[in-house]
Design a protein around this ligand. Structure first.
Ligand SMILES: [Zn+2]
Length: 152
């Protein structure tokens, strides 16, 4: 008689999994956590799996069975075949180069680029003011971008 698997819950989405999975994650969450980041490849750096698990866990909304973008609140796509969508789940470095991640959508991550959280928020707010017709916001934008430019 074969012994039955002990069951436990995925540490991220709480789906029931076999306790023989040493990662403690379901296949889907493990793939998201271990996805290769092209920027890290260039730096020959390995990501910190624990830091990624924390970010994924905090963006998981069990009631909806979905990950959400931590910057916009929108529900995200997370299947590999959806990877070209602007809503595809993406792991952003809260501070570029540091192992502190935020789950966001691909579009916002692309827009955020190498900016840290504060720089990104300020630029978005100034840009929104400018779009609303507050033409004076362009001088604030110019100052912020000049500061950021010095980091390149
Ligand atoms: Zn899972």
């Amino acid at each position: 008689m074969s012994s039955k698997d002990q069951m436990e819950n995925c540490k991220i989405c709480e789906r029931e999994i076999s306790s023989r999975r040493t990662s403690g994650l379901c296949g889907h969450c493990k793939r998201l956590r271990d996805r290769v980041d092209i920027r890290n490849l260039k730096l020959k750096k390995r990501h910190d799996p624990k830091a990624r698990e924390i970010a994924l866990r905090s963006s998981w909304v069990a009631g909806n069975g979905q990950f959400i973008c931590m910057y916009s609140g929108v529900p995200l796509f997370s299947l590999a075949r959806q990877s070209r969508s602007p809503l595809y789940l993406s792991l952003d470095h809260r501070i570029p180069g540091q192992e502190d991640y935020v789950v966001t959508c691909r579009l916002i991550n692309d827009m955020k680029g190498i900016l840290d959280d504060d720089e990104f928020r300020h630029i978005i707010l100034d840009l929104a003011d400018y779009f609303r017709g507050h033409k004076e916001a362009s001088s604030a934008l110019h100052s912020r971008m000049t500061l950021i430019q010095k980091q390149y």
